[in-house]
Structures are given as structure tokens and as C-alpha cells.
Design a protein around this ligand. Sequence first.
Ligand code: GTP
Length: 345
Amino acid sequence: MKALILVGGKGTRLYPLTYTLPKPLVPIVNRPFIGHMMRRLSNYGITEVVMSMCYLPDMLKHYIESEDNFGMKVDYVIEDCPLGTGGAIKNAASHFNETFMVFNGDVLTDLDLGKMIDYHTRRGSVATISLAYVDDPTAYGVIDTDDNGRILRFTEKPAPDAVTSHHINAGTYIFEPEILDYIPPETEYSLERKVYPDLLAHKRPMYGYFEEAYWLDIGNPEKYFQAHRDIAAGYVSIDGLSFNEGDDVVIGENAVISPTARITGPAYIGDGVRIMDGVDLGPNVFIGRNSIVDSHSSLKESILWENVVIGEGAVLNRAIIGTSSRIRPAVYLDPGAVIGCNERV
Ligand code: GTP
């Protein structure tokens, strides 16, 4: 089966991290998110992927090519201006003449794609949408289904007193090509707000697929950090990396850690990282390749990308620091600080 990955969004909720980097290249435990996703699709036997791009497409293309396309055939469809989730699918229509899958490019999940495909086929569905359960669905697209999974209603971001279901659109879809007839060409068009309600109005069979799977949209700093915490806790695993449960400290090659540094797991210390004397680090600290954490600094619940330098005595709590940024000595960063790439603070 072919897959379309929607990766055209600007990722504004992750600014300033995504000001110079497309969201799919944002690292999850030191490797670009899209890499984890591509390996997963390949492991499920998907052999052809279409990337629907708009924002900073060359960087993304360059990365995928540098990884030999993850062993798949990869095509690129680039929008001059954002066409929205529906318009983007229509724009890639020439690639799809049989059942195809669509993925939001910012969802970390271990959904069983094989079971979802089975479910779609057995029900004769035109559009199958993966569902996730959330306690508070008011910030999401909410989906009501009948007992057989057939979709009855969509409600975008319902008010608290209008919540009728805790199942939300989880961003993985299986479509029949028929869905393309419901999207006008070369028009900014939303899948969630226009295409789905229209299919429903035409009484086309649409189903919600729910499974007790891990699901997280990594699109804002809080969720991005949560993805790391959940990986470290073993709630979800990503290809090529495994934390043992609990307070594991994963240390990359050629990392140098002073014997006087105190490290509390879980933590990830990437290749070539240097941790100097008296550093107090962890829990839930993730440090990208070749970064330096200078003496007596304190880092808790924080993510550093590659080549970051943390000055002597600096204090970070729930901070995210972009590639090649430097935090000067004795700086205290307010909890939750997000620093873009190549910055000096
Ligand atoms: P925010 O600006 O932070 O809301 O992020 P975003 O621009 O990525 O939007 P959102 O998270 O709602 O997008 C969900 C998925 O659809 C992401 O994988 C986006 O890359 C993708 N997407 C959103 N809009 C477009 C678009 O106009 N074209 C394409 N090709 N993909 C899109």
C-alpha cells in the first residue's frame, strides 16, 4: 500500500525551534522525527511514500535522501502555498488509484497498521480514521461513532458542555481514491472541516478505528517533551533506541562524563557529549551529539539538541535548546524556556 505523509505545515506551535527547521526534522532523542516514522512504515511493508511538502522542503528532502530513502520509493509533491490537509491530498492525487494511507507528519504512535488496514477492508469503508481517547477533547476534532465504529458526527473543538465523545481524530487515515472526488483542485481545503463532513452528508461509509495504542501529537513544546519522557519510561519505543524501564541512563559513544557529575535517570547522553565536574543532571534530560555541559551546571527535565554548550553554573529546568546554541555561564533559564538554533543566551 502507498502512503502519503503530510509534512507541509509551518509548525508554528514549536517556534522558535521550527523557525529554521521543518517540524519533521525536529529530533526525538537525537534523531529526526520523520526518520522514526519512515522506519516504522517500512517495517509495516510500505514500499512507496509520497511526501506532501511546503515549508522548507529542501532540508527535508536532503535528509531523506541522506538516509537512502529508508529503503522505500519516495516521491515529493511540493505546494507553492499551503493547501491545507485536504488540498494537499488532492495535489498528490495522481499517485493514488487504489486504497492508500495518509499520516499527519507529527504523530508519535505505535498503532498496528496491519489491523487498521484489515478493519478498513472488512467494513468496506471509504475513509477510516484512527481514534485516540483523551480526557479533555475540547482542543481536538471529536468523533462520534455507533457500536460498529461507523462515524456519526464530527465536532471540531467542542465547548466543555458540548462534549459527546472522548474519541478524537488521531491523524492516521486509510482512504479509497473516491475521497479525491470530494476535494476541489488547487484550493486550500481542510480534510477535517470540509471533506469529512461532506462525505458524511453523502452517507458514505466512514469508520473510526480505535486501539489501545500510544498516541501523541508532538506539535507543541509540552507534548514534544512528553514524547521524550514517555520513550524514556518505556510507554512507547522508537526504532534503534531502547531505554530499560525506570531510571535508565543511556550513554552514546565517546561521551565523557566526569566522575564528580551526578546523573539521575532516566537520561540520554548522546555521542561525543562532555559532562564536566560537579554537574547535576536529570531526571529526564536528553542531550544531543557533541554538546558540552560545563561544570556545576544543573539540568532537569530538559532537551538539548546537537552541539549545544551549557556554561558553568547555568540552571535549566524544562528547557529545550536548539542546535548549536550557547547558554552563558551562571544563566538561570525560566522553567519552560525554548531557545531556537544558533542562539546565545
Ligand atoms: P502548527 O502551525 O504548530 O499548528 O503546526 P502545523 O502547521 O504542522 O499544523 P498541524 O499540526 O495542524 O498539521 C497537521 C499535519 O498536517 C502536520 O504534519 C503538517 O505538516 C500537515 N499540514 C498542515 N497544513 C498543511 C498544508 O497546508 N500542506 C501540507 N502538505 N501539509 C500540511
